[in-house]
Write a protein that binds this ligand. Structure first.
Ligand SMILES: Cc1ncc(COP(=O)(O)O)c(C=O)c1O
Length: 321
């Protein structure tokens, strides 16, 4: 009987987007960033994370993303050896070294693992990882232009009594089920229900309905998205009425406009919900106004943090005085 050889080096057959990761005190090429299969983040989805984007060389609302990440760590009894400003520096270094001026940036903490494979989470050494890869959006360019076709799945979003949705997490099996439901119904993405049959959220986004000039977004069982919060702020600036509360499937289908929100894509219009066309089937004026101000605010220093890239720093120091 012969046994297979144990390889001394691991060959990864997959391709990854180009970028830079931070792990165990080192900056690595994305393809070299790896997590042990014994990490509880992988084995049990025992992890929290946050995603912030960099647009035109600047983070957008980094403070709010750091607030949510550090609050999640506390609620999960996790700790990392870095404070807020150190995490901010690590994220900026990942972006600067990646060279991506439009980037999708994640900070992650997994429960980690223990050498004894103990089942007690208190024995685990938590693991902090960060990375920057090219910016990605829930909606592609064509969908942005014409609006997404969305289906309401029967799948119920994991309830807050099971997993606190304010802790950004990787419990996505319900969301992925919803996506397959949507694909079966010739839609492009999905919305899941809450335990009362109202609309909750979709795979990586919150949703808003516009009716008679007022906005409404689900309150219960959803991640309090930073883009959702930004819409509240933009509505104050634009003097648009906005509220949180139950949104039934019927209310969504009879809305004048519907849009979804995410760090990955910003404000994204929806043109149909199930078989129902929303408005005239084109992105509406309220959505357009909010979307325009959302991108304008990326240039405002109150909400953005500029990243220093190596070529900028080199350029500045070699410039004649
Ligand atoms: C389940 C879920 N809901 C909503 C959102 C939108 O949150 P944010 O606007 O902070 O990106 C996300 C983002 O990934 C998400 O994963």
């Amino acid at each position: 009987m012969t046994f297979p050889q144990v390889s001394q080096t691991y060959k990864d057959p997959y391709n990854y987007p180009e970028g830079i990761a931070f792990q165990e005190g080192q900056y690595l090429l994305m393809k070299d960033a790896k997590v042990s299969v014994l990490d509880w983040g992988f084995l049990h989805s025992d992890a929290t994370y946050d995603t912030v984007h960099v647009w035109d060389g600047a983070f957008f609302r980094l403070d709010l993303h750091l607030d949510r990440f550090f609050a999640g760590l506390e609620k999960l009894h996790m700790s990392i050896p870095f404070d807020r400003s150190q995490v901010a520096d690590i994220l900026a270094n990942c972006v600067a070294l990646s060279g991506h001026r439009n980037a999708y940036v994640e900070m992650i903490c997994t429960r980690g693992g223990s050498p004894s494979f103990s089942r007690d989470p208190r024995d685990a050494a938590n693991r902090f990882i960060a990375f920057a890869v090219p910016y990605g959006s829930v909606a592609n360019a064509a969908q942005m232009e014409r609006g997404l076709r969305i289906a309401i799945s029967d799948v119920v979003r994991i309830p807050p009594k099971s997993v606190d949705p304010s802790i950004k997490n990787y419990h996505w099996l319900d969301l992925v089920r919803g996506l397959y439901d949507a694909f079966d119904r010739d839609a492009e993405t999905a919305l899941l229900l809450d335990t009362d049959g109202n609309i909750a959220e979709g795979p990586g986004f919150n949703v808003f309905a516009v009716k008679g000039g007022s906005l409404r977004t689900p309150q219960f069982g959803v991640l309090p998205g930073i883009t959702r919060r930004t819409v509240f702020d933009l509505c104050t600036m634009l003097d648009i009425d906005v509220g949180v509360g139950n949104v039934s499937p019927d209310a969504l289908k009879t809305a004048d406009e519907v849009f979804i929100t995410s760090t990955a894509g910003g404000i994204m219009p929806v043109s149909s919900v199930d078989e129902t066309r929303i408005g005239n089937g084109r992105p509406g004026p309220v959505t357009g106004k909010i979307k325009a101000l959302y991108w304008d605010m990326h240039k405002d220093p109150t909400w953005s943090t500029v990243v220093a890239f190596p070529e900028d720093v080199r350029g500045a120091s070699s410039r004649p005085m």
